[in-house]
Design a protein around this ligand. Structure first.
Ligand code: FES
Ligand SMILES: [Fe+2]
Length: 421
């Protein structure tokens, strides 16, 4: 048996415009390299400010071997720490969420403040210096309420460019003033890159998403003009005109909407665009009407379309007038990926009065299940000896290619470090 090609060779021989070769999706050593080069070095989207609305609220997120503890302190600042006691290392918080006065280790009761400082440690003697035993901090950045963490010692500085560009897009939706009304975790049976690739295209939508294609316009998925007949070309042109007119109207109302795209040219890569919604035009629901009567933030017209905001390597979001759906992807192993979805409405909206949970969540709950099955099919295929990388559609899979470009750039940058390890 020949030994597998080194990662440097896999990167070098990748054919642009094609899916990756199997080893990228299936090999354990590549998975470990992904965790080090991507999830260990970049800004990772993990939570939202409404996960920790009050002082003492805690949320924990597992990223590879690291447990990240996010807490709001008494000054309302949100911070992130390694969820590891500085005494003998016990896990401080073992549940996904908690509310605490201080962070008290369950083992020998070392007690940390919400700012991470060690406050009490019994029986440690006179010479014990509490000051150098605080919790180890993790970089955390809130972008208009979306919480990103970076596990590296030095975090990529260009998150500031993303924050600067995106805050005006996100601000009207006032995410920090929203509340989470549902969280769903799906363990998808495939490699995390297949989950992300699947998200970056809607080529598969018309054949697989009967619910999502109600609010979404088919011509928003991309198309090859040559394959359209005259009527379809006229429809596509009408859609393009609607997008242009909607952008102008929304922007005149203070809601930035035009596409902004830095998927492959920055470490903290992202893309955003506000797009019209079909039929009633209000929300990604089966009725296409707002699911929550209490609109978000300063929004007063429910016809604000859907703002898609994607972040490399692991997030996407839909911001609408009435609700927000947010998705965070965390790899588990080479063959499994956790997709965490949260639905948020205005914090004063009342279930049964202002919104029905079923109406709010049914489109994306169904879509997530469908996507998870597709990721499973793709993963089964790339494990088959017959698999070879296939070509992307230039009309509908351009953003999948940008995801690969971004990913391969991160892997190339990290190669010296990975090879030395
Ligand atoms: S391990 Fe935390 S107090 Fe001992
Ligand atoms: Fe999908």
């Amino acid at each position: 048996m020949t030994s597998p090609a080194p990662l440097s060779q896999l990167i070098e021989r990748r054919r642009p415009g094609h899916s990756l070769e199997a080893g990228f999706y299936t090999r354990d050593d590549v998975f470990r390299a992904d965790m080090a080069a991507v999830f260990g070095r970049c800004w990772i989207y993990v939570a939202v400010e409404p996960d920790v609305p009050e002082p003492g609220d805690v949320v924990t997120v597992q990223v590879g071997d690291s447990s990240v503890l996010i807490v709001r302190d008494d000054d309302m600042q949100v911070r992130a720490f390694h969820n590891v006691c500085r005494h003998r290392g016990a896990r401080l918080v073992s549940t996904p969420t908690a509310t605490v006065g201080n962070l008290v280790c369950p083992y020998h009761s070392w007690t940390y403040g919400l700012d991470g400082r060690l406050l009490f440690a019994d029986h440690m003697g006179e010479d014990f210096d509490r000051a150098c035993r605080g919790l180890k901090p993790i970089h955390l950045r809130s972008v208009a309420g979306l919480l990103f963490v970076c596990l590296a010692e030095e975090a990529p500085a260009d998150i500031e460019l993303m924050a600067q560009a995106m805050t005006p897009y996100l601000a009207p939706h006032a995410l920090p003033d929203a509340k989470i009304v549902k969280t769903v975790d799906i363990i998808e049976p495939g490699n995390w890159k297949l989950t992300m690739e699947n998200n970056r295209e809607c080529y598969h939508c018309s054949a697989n998403h009967p619910e999502l294609t109600v609010p979404l316009f088919a011509y928003g998925f991309g198309f090859s003009p040559k394959t359209l007949d005259e009527d379809e070309r006229a429809e596509a042109a009408r859609y393009e005109a609607l997008v242009g007119a909607s952008h102008s109207a929304w922007e005149a109302n203070g809601a930035p909407s035009r596409e902004i795209e830095h998927l492959a040219d920055r470490v903290s890569g992202f893309r955003a665009e506000r797009l019209p919604i079909d039929q009633a035009g209000e929300s990604q629901t089966l009725s296409t009407r707002a699911a929550s009567r209490k609109l978000l933030g300063t929004i007063n017209d429910p016809k604000l379309g859907g703002l898609s905001f994607w972040t490399q390597p692991n997030g996407w979001n839909h911001f609408m007038a009435d609700h927000i759906v947010t998705f965070s992807v965390i790899p588990i192993d080479a063959n499994h990926t956790r997709l965490r979805t949260k639905w948020l409405v205005h914090k004063d909206a009342v279930e049964g009065q202002d919104y029905e949970l079923q109406e709010l969540t049914e489109v994306w709950e169904a879509t997530n299940e469908q996507d998870s099955a597709l990721v499973g099919l793709a993963h089964a295929g790339v494990r088959d000896p017959a698999y070879e990388p296939g070509p992307y559609s230039p009309f509908t899979e351009g953003f999948v290619e940008k995801f690969q470009q971004w990913y391969l750039a991160r892997m190339s940058e990290a190669l010296p470090e990975l090879e030395a390890a």
